[in-house]
Design a binder for this molecule. Structure first.
Ligand code: ASP
Ligand code: MG
Length: 427
């Protein structure tokens, strides 16, 4: 049973400054569904915080002070710009909270200077300030805009083990804690604003889920809450039919299955990491990727079930690979693909394997184009693609490993032209 809650995660660029945060606020205001807003730190802040912690551990007080001052100025400036026009009480309470957080950060850093070391536990404690700052500011902006809002410390529910810097979430405990502490908030409010990326051990020590962990927070909270949908708001309009830097007329894909996202991620796409949204997909909660700065674009819907609206949805390319021809070669490194080429068996490696390459082994620099979609490995699609690739040097066509993916191994020199040809034959 869905609880009629929307979980919306906004990444670092979506919260980077007052004008971006105003876009987020408009998006939040436009929905009448109850929502959990999960935020990243403002872009670049997590990096600055980690540098601050390391500088502190090595006793470099000057660097520490410089970083803390820069973070203070940046965040207070955002408050000033975002809340400047609002009644003084909203702004001054936001300034007080932000100042308290930055003072606490400075105290932590001074402590590390005294200790003369920076442990993974300290890195997590210091890194947590990024998300705590961005959510404090945004919750104040939501309240000032008249939304019934509650800032929520995600560490209350995001129970993890103590593998600092890369903590594992204890999902049973997360589910119970969420039901007890987060869900009841919706009895009196409509918007919960909380942090991505951070968690806590059962004895109250701050942990983090690994870099880029906020998508994972969104999916975990969505799963724990039985949300209607999880939205990942970023600065592109979804998952594209191919890399728009290589093929400028690429367009966002309306919908695709989680299995397709997995294939795309293995072969070069970077928008969402499949592991981070797996908790949502396992509960059949759809995940939508959307653009904060073009909020009326429909984005890409990722579902557990395979949509059947086209033969092919997207193509990615992995460049700079090595094809090894012949059967009995074994390297330490595991190959990314193996199959039968036009004439020989071949194995594809992501990079040139370390170690000795026997003179007699025939190799070639190649790019692997991965095509995914409901019928990406059907004979009809394969023959259409093979025709389109006729002008290029194709080393192998590999189909049938999975019904939703096929692979075209082309000469590295033909990579971009071949990708264009495949892309333009997709629909
Ligand atoms: N702020 C964290 C990072 O930069 C988490 C995230 O943005 O997803 O890694
Ligand atoms: Mg980030």
């Amino acid at each position: 049973m869905s609880t009629n809650i929307l979980v919306r995660k906004f990444g670092g660029t979506s919260v980077q400054d007052a004008s971006a945060l105003r876009c987020v606020l408009d998006i939040v205001k436009a929905s009448t569904t109850r929502q959990v807003i999960v935020l990243s730190a403002t872009s670049g802040t997590t990096d600055t915080l980690l540098r601050t912690a390391r500088a502190a551990g090595s006793g470099d007080a000057v660097t520490v002070d410089g970083f803390v001052t820069a973070l203070r100025e940046r965040h207070l400036h955002i408050v000033e710009e975002l809340l400047g026009e609002h009644p003084e009480d909203h702004k001054s309470s936001a300034i007080a909270s932000v100042t308290a957080l930055l003072d606490e950060l400075h105290a932590w850093a001074r402590g590390l200077i005294v200790l003369g070391e920076c442990t993974p536990q300290s890195l997590d404690a210091v890194a947590s300030f990024g998300e705590r700052l961005s959510t404090t500011i945004f919750a104040a902006a939501c309240s000032a805009a008249g939304l019934r809002t509650q800032w929520f410390d995600v560490r209350t529910v995001m129970r993890t083990d103590d593998r600092f810097v890369n903590a594992r979430v204890i999902t049973d405990e997360l589910a119970t804690l969420t039901r007890n502490h987060l869900l009841p908030l919706f009895n009196s409010i409509d918007v919960v604003v909380t942090q991505g990326f951070i968690g806590s051990t059962s004895d109250g020590r701050t942990t983090t889920l690994g870099r880029g962990g906020s998508d994972y927070t969104g999916a975990l909270l969505g799963a724990a809450l039985d949300a209607n949908e999880i939205q990942i708001w970023t600065d592109v309009s979804g998952i594209y039919s191919t890399d728009p830097r290589l093929v400028p007329h690429a367009t966002p894909v309306d919908s695709m299955s989680f299995a397709e996202v997995r294939e795309l991620a293995l072969y070069g796409a970077k928008v969402v990491h499949p592991d981070t949204i797996a908790p949502a997909i396992e509960k059949s909660i759809p995940v939508r990727v959307l653009n904060t700065f073009r909020s009326s674009d429909s984005g890409t819907l990722i579902t557990a079930a395979q949509p059947d609206d086209a033969d092919v949805h997207a193509a990615t390319i992995l460049r700079g690979c090595l094809a090894v021809f012949g059967q009995d070669v074994h390297f330490e490194e595991s190959p990314i693909l193996a199959g039968t080429g036009i004439e020989h068996a071949l194995t594809i490696y992501r990079q040139r394997p370390l170690g000795h390459l026997d003179e007699s082994i025939v190799t070639s620099d190649v790019a692997v184009i991965c095509l995914c979609g409901p019928r990406a490995s059907s004979p009809a699609v394969i023959s259409r693609m093979t025709d389109a690739l006729r002008p290029y040097s194709v080393k192998a066509v590999i189909a049938g490993l999975s019904s939703i993916a096929s692979f075209f191994v082309v000469d590295e020199d033909d990579a971009v032209d071949a990708l264009k040809a495949v892309h333009d034959t997709m629909s």
